[in-house]
Design a binder for this molecule. Structure first.
Ligand code: SF4
Length: 273
């Protein structure tokens, strides 16, 4: 259950805020139109130390309705969706917390004919209904920043009861039933850089279609601001920069993971030709 201090507060201004933003350029998917199924506060089952939304205001792992599907589709009509390569459901927190995720995915696909991607932290991936809803998306990218429970707690700071072991097992199960494209997103800092061997073991269990190596490129906002859900370009608010791994470290990691898994590994630091 959500604690009293973390109960979502419905913001009456939500009706005026658009749940669709961008398109914004993404190094992974091109021009990405952002879809925010939460919009009210920052709401997530993690509280990652590098989160571009800042310290998560509402930390829960229970599903509920935040933004009606009709509002999202109405906001879509007002957006520049025709310029987007892909529609990305992410926004102000963990999208699988939205009870209407499946309807949103179907609605977006029906209206635009464009591919839909969902970014998730995987904390609800063990639920059959969440797996079935995500299966409607063309692509699902799941966050994996730790290869041990201790590092998982330190980086992702999940709500009580969530374990890395359950997420990894859910990933294996989901991949066996999912007909779409499964990506694994890994955010590297000094904290998890030493777990490459353990990551190899997990990746060889899951066998995703793609692995993305990232390092924090956006600052950590001191408070939640709605604009933090999209590109931080030109956005001015108090934030602190985060330590990244270097190009050399990322290159070495990519080479190692590639050699030991045979998987497609891409990096935020583009490969030099
Ligand atoms: S899972 Fe995503 S939204 Fe949630 S805290 Fe981590 S980075 Fe932020």
């Amino acid at each position: 259950m959500a604690s009293a201090e973390s109960t979502p507060k419905t913001n009456t201004a939500t009706a005026q805020v658009s749940s669709v933003y961008g398109p914004v350029p993404s190094w992974r998917v091109g021009q990405s139109l952002g879809i925010d199924p939460i919009c009210i506060n920052s709401i997530c089952s993690f509280n990652c130390t590098y989160c571009q939304l800042g310290f998560i205001q509402v930390r829960v792992n229970e599903r509920r309705l935040f933004v009606p599907t009709e509002k999202i589709l109405a906001d879509l009509e007002q957006s520049r969706w025709g310029e987007a390569d892909i529609l990305t459901i992410s926004g102000s927190g963990e999208p699988t917390l939205a009870l209407n995720l499946g309807d949103i995915i179907s609605g977006l696909k029906n209206r635009t004919g464009k591919p839909v991607l969902v970014l998730t932290n995987g904390t609800l991936l063990h639920l059959p209904e969440v797996q079935a809803e995500l299966a409607r998306a063309d692509k699902v990218y799941v966050k994996l920043d730790a290869a041990s429970e201790a590092t998982f707690q330190r980086i992702n700071r999940p709500v009580p009861g969530v374990t890395l072991a359950r997420i990894v097992q859910s990933l294996v199960e989901f991949h066996s039933m999912y007909p779409g494209y499964l990506g694994i997103q890994m955010m590297f800092t000094r904290v998890n850089l030493g777990e490459a061997d353990e990551f190899v073991e997990i990746l060889n269990r899951v066998r995703p279609d793609e692995v993305q190596l990232n390092t924090p490129t956006r600052p950590y906002p001191q408070d939640w601001v709605l604009q933090a859900r999209g590109s931080h370009e030109g956005v001015d608010y108090p934030a602190k920069p985060l330590k990244r791994i270097s190009r050399e470290e990322a290159d070495a990691l990519r080479t190692k993971l590639r050699e030991l898994t045979g998987l497609k590994i891409i990096s935020v630091y583009k490969e030099e030709k």
